[in-house]
Design a protein around this ligand. Structure first.
Ligand code: ADP
Ligand code: GLC
Length: 473
């Protein structure tokens, strides 16, 4: 099968969240099925710096202006790169400027992504002109299925994956002509949403099949999805909506071969390995060197989605109550949350460490050195850090939602527990989950059983690749 993914991030070339991890792993797993898999991406400045040598495939005028579509092989994967410096040659975050303001031309920056993806899928590359499936990810690529429909390119089947229904890509209706889309598409049975153009809705409406990144989230979004639930119910009743869990890349997240760790380890020597990593982490953050403390870690964007606000409240409660608890955070996001976590660290210098920023290496050291990884999200389409936690024997403490509910078996709820699960999205429920974890921590034999079970879980990408293959077929 010839498969073209369209997306706006790919790890390690450019990453702001889990989407990049998926694009950095799924295509490679699909290649192992013998498929010819390629990815189309904007040629952002960061990608240009890492991949300076490319071959020109075709030149075009598309939404947003003139572009050259280039091709390069990257670690054995074919990449189409949309070269339009006036749109993509900017450093930093791909979506907004340093002051968190969305770029005013995002409508055409990502309009062009969908357009160019549709062009390649419908045969614009003479050397790869039979694409079977165009697989578009998130709102940034949401227009790709709409262009194919507008052009009548029915032979290419389209799959749209929503990694997070909260991001909708909404733009003023007047941009329809900038996007080179026919006005007939601007209607409720189309890509219009509450008086605006919605790139997300374009993907949900025009794709042949919709997937999201866990079975539970696939159900949840038919109940509540910021106004998209009606459409999703309809597509579900046609058998056009499914949930496929993400995996974890063994090449990047693997405690036995992880060079970022102070000590690598496997199931058999997890106790010693984790103790060494924990001591190193405590030292790095200037915390009390206390092997008996239960060290909770979190690696996350700091937003309301991630429950960071009620986590703070719960931490103030528990840290005051229980001197044997420690907490380390690596994250960035909303300025008020960044500041509030820094204040918490000032309040508990020996028990709380906070690093505001984005740091891949440190992320490994947190996940290797923690006892518990926190993911108290209000909603979570899949979530990846709890999967890393399972692999590293760092027991996840998560809220029962989306992919978290599908991947962590809660202590007290399952005979095969791999972590701790709570229900209500508030500080009280989370504080109780901390109590449960502290109890389990005090029973070291029990803890070790859970840790072994956690490390034995299999969330490999090959399984996911197999499920996508069935969906394409
Ligand atoms: P989301 O995509 O909603 O942010 P996921 O759990 O799917 O959530 O993926 C987040 C990814 O980003 C993980 O790979 C996580 O390790 C990484 N990450 C998040 N924040 C940071 C950070 N501050 N430093 C390093 N990695 C981070
Ligand atoms: C989104 C979701 C996250 C998911 C990731 C990759 O960013 O918020 O839950 O793991 O996409 O699919």
């Amino acid at each position: 099968m010839n498969i073209l993914h369209a997306a706006s991030e790919l790890y390690p070339l450019l990453k702001t969240g889990g989407l990049a991890d998926v694009l950095g792993a799924l295509p490679f797993a699909q290649q192992q099925n013998g498929d010819d898999v390629r990815v189309i991406l904007p040629y952002y400045r960061q990608i240009r710096e890492q991949i300076p040598f490319t071959a020109e495939v075709f030149r075009c005028d598309g939404p947003g202006g003139y572009a050259v579509i280039r091709f390069a092989e990257y670690r054995g994967l074919g990449l189409y790169l949309i070269d339009a410096p006036h749109l993509y040659d900017r450093g930093g975050n791909p979506y907004h400027d340093g002051g968190y303001r969305d770029y005013p031309d995002n409508v055409v920056r990502f309009g062009l992504l969908g357009w160019a993806a549709a062009a390649v899928a419908s045969g614009a590359d003479p050397f790869w002109n039979r694409v079977d499936v165009l697989h578009a990810h998130d709102w940034q690529a949401g227009l790709a299925p709409a262009y194919l429909k507008a052009w009548g390119a029915w032979q290419v089947k389209t799959v749209f994956t929503t990694h997070n229904i909260a991001y909708q890509g909404l733009f003023d209706a007047r941009h329809m002509s900038d996007l080179w889309l026919p006005w007939e598409m601007y209607r409720p049975e189309g890509l219009e949403f509450r008086g605006q153009i919605s790139f997300l809705k374009a993907g949900l409406y025009y794709a042949d099949h919709i997937t999201t990144v866990s079975p539970t989230y696939a159900r949840e979004i038919t109940v509540s999805a910021y106004g998209m639930e009606g459409l999703l119910q309809q597509r579900q009743s046609q058998g056009r909506l499914s949930g496929i869990l993400n995996g974890v890349g063994d090449n990047i997240w693997h405690p036995a071969g992880d060079h970022e760790l102070a000590a690598s380890y496997g199931i058999d020597n997890a106790a010693e390995g984790k103790a060494a990593n924990k001591a190193a982490l405590q030292q790095h953050f200037g915390l009390k060197n206390d092997p008996a403390a239960m060290l909770c870690v979190m690696v996350s964007r700091l937003t309301e989605q991630k429950g960071a606000d009620f986590l703070l409240e719960a931490l103030y409660l528990k840290l005051a109550e229980d001197p044997s608890m420690q907490f380390v955070l690596l994250g960035s996001g909303a300025p008020w949350l960044e500041q509030a976590f820094n204040e918490l660290a000032q309040h508990y210098p020996e028990r709380v460490g906070v690093h505001i920023g984005y740091d891949e290496q440190l992320a490994h050291r947190l996940i290797g050195g923690g006892d518990v990884i926190l993911v108290p999200s209000r909603f979570e389409p899949c979530g990846l850090t709890q999967l890393y936690g399972l692999k590293y024997g760092t027991l996840p403490l998560v809220r029962r939602t989306g992919g978290l509910a599908d991947t962590v078996a809660g202590f007290g709820e399952s005979g095969e527990a791999t972590g701790f699960v709570f229900g209500a999205p508030d500080a009280q429920a989370l504080a109780e989950a901390f109590n449960t974890a502290l109890y389990a921590w005090s029973e070291q034999e029990l803890w070790e059983q859970m840790r072994t079970r956690a490390m034995q879980q299999d969330f490999g990408w090959l399984k996911a690749a197999q499920a996508y293959r069935q969906c394409y077929q």
